[in-house]
Every structure is written in C-alpha cells, then in structure tokens.
Design a protein around this ligand. Sequence first.
Ligand code: IVH
Length: 690
Amino acid sequence: MASTKKPSTLLYLQELRQKIAHHNYLYHVLDSPEISDYQFDQLFSELQQLESTHPEFVTEDSPTQRVGGQPLDFFEKKAHRDPMLSLQNTYNSEEILQFHDRIQNFLKGQGENFTYFCEPKFDGLAVELIYEHGWLKAAITRGDGITGEDILSNIKTITSIPLKLEHDTITPPELLEVRGEVVIFKNDFLKLNETIEAQGKAAFANPRNAAAGSLRQLDPKVAATRPLKFLAYAPGVIEGLKINSQIEFFEIIRKFKIPNAMDLTHHKKMTFPIYKIAKTIADAVQFYESLEKVRQNLPFEIDGAVIKVNEFSVQDILGKVARSPRWATAGKFKPEQAETQIEKIEVQVGRTGVLTPVAIMTPVKVGGVTVSHATLHNQDEIDRKDIRVGDYVIIQRAGDVIPEVVEVILNKRDKKSAPYKISYKCPSCEQMGERIEDEVAIRCVNPLCPSILIESLKHFVSRKAMNIDKLGEKIIERLVQEGLVESFSDIYKLKKEDLLKLERFGEKSVDNLIASIDASRTPDFAKFIYSLGIRFVGEQTAKALAKKFKNLDAFLTTDLDTLLEIDDVGPKVAASILKNLSSKNFIKEVLKLTSSAGVNIKSIKKNLGSEAFSEAMIFSELTFVITGTLPVPRTEASDYIESRGGKVGSSVSKKTSILLTGENPGSKLDKAIELGVKILSWEELLQFKI
Ligand code: IVH
C-alpha cells in the first residue's frame, strides 16, 4: 500500500542523500575518499532514479539539484548587508611588525590579551554565501565591495558547498553569511586546461582566471564542469548565533561542513598546519615566513598570509581605515621565479599601435602554472637588461601580472649571441613605425593596420566596455579578415546572412552573437567613453568624464580648461582626449555609433540607483559629521556615505557640508546650527539626490 510505503521511501531517500553528502565531503574537502568513484556514481544514479519515480520527494537540497535551470540572461545585482572590505598589504616581516605596533598604539591598553589568527591568502575570487535558517539562499560576488552579483546558480554546482546546513546538536542560525574564496586547485587546473585546449579553445593563464571565468558563466551546466572549490575565511552578518572569534567561527562552520583553512589542515596532501593562532606577533611572523617556504608544495595557489586579530571584540574596537580593517594585514610573498631559455622574440601590436617585444620561452612551471611568454616591454628595457635570443633567464610571475624577465644568467650565454634590436616595421601591416619623442615605444601609425583594428575591437567589446560577450577574439579576427568589420559601428550592422556565410558558424551561434550585440546597445555613458579606447582613459577616468559631462554632446565639444577641472584628468590625459576629439574620423565614428548603429547611451539620471558608480558619487566633495544614535550602526552609515564619494569627519566646522543626526544628538548639533550647516536624519539621507 502506498501509504505504508511512502515513509520508508522518504527515509531511504534521506539516508541516500546524507550518504552522498558525506562522501562528497570526504572526496572534495578532505581528499580522502572511502569509496571508489564507481561506487559513488552508483549511489548517485540510484538517487536520481528514485527521485524520477517519486518526483514529489525531490528536495531543494538534494545533490541532484545542484545543476539546474536554464542559462541566465544576466546576474542579478545585490548589495552586501555589510560591505566586503579589502586588506592592507605588507611585504615583509618588518612591515608585519609595524602593523602590530599600529594596533598596539591604537588600543593603548584596551583588549590587551588578544591573539592573531594566521592563515593563507587564497588566490581566487571572493564570494559571500548567505544561509537563511540553514538554506543557501544567495551567493554574491565581492563586486565593488558594496554591491556584487548573485551567482547562486553557479555556486550551487560546487559540490563541497552545502546547500543546507545540518548538525546533530546545533540549529543553523536565522542568518549566516560566510565569506570565502572560490579557487581551483593546481592539479585540477592543469587537467582543466588540457580539456579546454583539446576542444580547440584558449587555455586559462592561471587558476585564478579560470575560477573567475567559470563563475562568470551564465549557464550553470558549464560552471558544473569546472573543478571549483570554496574556502571560507570570514563571517559576514550573523543573526541568531553569537560567535566570539575567528577560530570559533571556523569551528562552527566546520560543523556545518563549510570548507575552510582548518579543513585543509586535514587534507591528505597537507603535511604542515595551514593555520595558526599566534600568541605573539613574532609567532605570526614565523607563520608568514614558513608559509612562504612551503608555498610551492601547497595544492592551491596563495599570494600571502593573512594575519588577523582573532577576537571579534578587539576587531570591533580597532574598526577600519578607509576600505580596510585595522585588525588585519595581508603579508604578501615575493613573486615566484623560475629559470628558462628565450627561444625567440616576437613583436606584438597593441591597440594604440605600440610595438611590444615579447619573449617566447621554453615552457616552464612558475608556482604551478606553465609560462611560455614574457613581456620585454620595449627596446630600453631590453638594452638595460641586455636580453638576447638564446639567453637563459630568470623570470617571475606576480599574481595576475604578465610574467617578466628579471635577469639574464650571463655565464650561460652563448658567446656568439648578438644584442637584440627591435624592428621598426609593423609585423601586421609591414609599414614602418615611428618612435615618438619623449616615448620609449615604437608605434605603428598606420590607421588601417589590421592588428590595431583587431586590438581596438577587442577592447571595445570587452566586459568593462560594451560587454559583447559572444564576440570573442577569434571571431573578431575572422570578421576583420573577411572585411565584414572595419570599425566599431560595423559590429552593429552585421547581418545574420553575412555571419552564416562564415565557416563553422551555425544558426545557433549566429543567433547568440546577434542577441549579444543587441543587448549591448544601451551602454551607460562611462562604459561608452571607456570603450572608445582613448589613450590614458581607463575605467576610472571614463567614469569621471561621464560624471562631469552628463551627455555625449557636452563631452565631444569640451575644451582643455573644462577637462582640467576634473580631478582624474591631468595635462597628458587631457591632451590625449583632445587629440581624439579633434580627429574627424573619431567624431564621425562616435556619431555613427549613436545614430545609424543604434547605440543608445543611458542617461546619467536614469542610471541613478542602478549602476554603482553614478549612485556611488552622489556625495562627492561633501563632508559629513555624524552625531547621536542612528537607526543603523555608525559603520554602516559611514560606509554608505564613503561608498558614494563623501567624506566623514569627526568634528563640525565651516567645512562640514552635512550633519547626520540620530537620537540624542550631542553638542555637534548646536555647533552645526550655529554655523548654518545642513542637518539631515538617516531617512532624509537615504532620500538624498543630486
Ligand atoms: S580576510 C578585509 N582572509 O583578500 C576583510 N581575506 O584584500 C577580511 N582573501 O577580498 C578579509 N584569502 O578575497 C581574508 N584568508 C583570507 C583571505 C582573504 C583571500 C582575499 C579576499 C578579500 C581580499 C582582501
């Protein structure tokens, strides 16, 4: 009878899910599986089969539900309850001691008996997991620290992250935010790159890029094929559970099976402790120094040691300076180095026509990543280091930075070698380049050079510019070769029929590409300016320009004096902008984009409240002072103001723009009234518009 059978099926399903979760933990977190992959697959398919015959029993936390749903169109933006700060760096033991001195001075006797919690600085991508009553409800990227993107569908595919928190004796709290880093382990990274290359796609430069690229996938099915791991490092907001220290935080989340540095210590391949509670700063420094020594042997990439005050009560006293906590430091390591040989030197053409010499070397592993290219920057740099083809060299790789040649091993040099001189001939269009006065670079000045066009287009479509994600490097190259695209605006004129004619281009990929182009037609003003690729106009400057000019006409008709009024713009940047604005071709192209190509720039006003930057800047040049008890913690109010460009001062003066008042305001209110300073409540501040 169904009624008697149901509970037992339910119980069996529950048991099966728990078993799978347990083996997942052993495999993915502790790297100590107790059953074979085959046995695991058997369990999993049994669960799948049972669930398909009893769909009414499928639960949200079932391991079968990790990869689900349709690809997303975009990631939803979400604000962090508490901003995600960054860490202040230190670069050697001496600076770590100075960090400790600063803390001691600040505390002046308060919270004297504190300890330091030391752990690795994981080199991946920061994400905040949000558990409500034990259920994983959201996973937000760090973003600008205030607002990130909810990438839950991808995060759910990470098998080591529990979808539901369970423990025999502890009930999960109402709210538990866990911050950590999504990483890819070194051996998984090598395998992933092999697979990717076998598919004819470009390999990832390092595990961090691979992790970032995987998390950005809109289709969770793709993310599910990537060997992502999560390592927790700090709490966000917690409600319904009192935690007093970093170590206690780890102990609790370990019980809920959320992976962290303590678990790593139990990892099979770990032969040394990966975290430490240091009673003195000398102990913390020792941890930093020994971690650097074992760094190469760790199964994942790290770029330093994080040393943080363990006790939360002391962390609270210490607070933060600007965007970083006073209670923590990231002790960075020296870049990793390796020896290899330069096989040849190639010249690459950049977006601005600069010819950059690149060393092609015998592939060598530097800190777990195989490197075969290093930038040689320019002729001056080559002369300074006397780098020649055939030389044995020491190269180094620091984080995301392109590898560089540190020095030549002179005693290994072939006696017959000759100094290297870069050719002025552009390797792409074969026209002679020029060395511009006061510059070390040689530049191809041919406006029709295909390489410059390709590089400019790559910049134009990139994520921080027009964000046409389906228009990859290879497609751009083909479109240029076929003569289908000769300028930015040509992208918007591409027709389905033209694209279908291209070799290996199917109906579906063409539709996706056209949809991706269409979706980019309403950029915000800053991104539009940035995408134009004006020399020296990076993301920040583009934002400053968009804020200043508000619309395209004002920008296109500006002059030197107006440009120099902008904080981010100095004479060099202004000259470069004016050079573009005085070029007929440049103006023609911009106008083509906004007319016949149908690009419709979002106005600044419409943008307010949606895009971090324009919203962020509503308080720029305003100085605030806070008095009384606000309905939110003071730190939250300061973050709110600072993240929107305002400054928070401590005492009221003539320079104060706004006094933010709460209940029981102090004498600052009297002073503000006396000086005629504007007074706002928290609610009024939230309504504040430019
Ligand atoms: S603690 C600042 N611990 O470093 C708030 N951060 O520069 C406390 N990171 O965004 C951060 N490993 O992505 C902390 N063991 C660790 C970390 C770590 C990596 C990253 C994190 C953060 C960045 C700060």
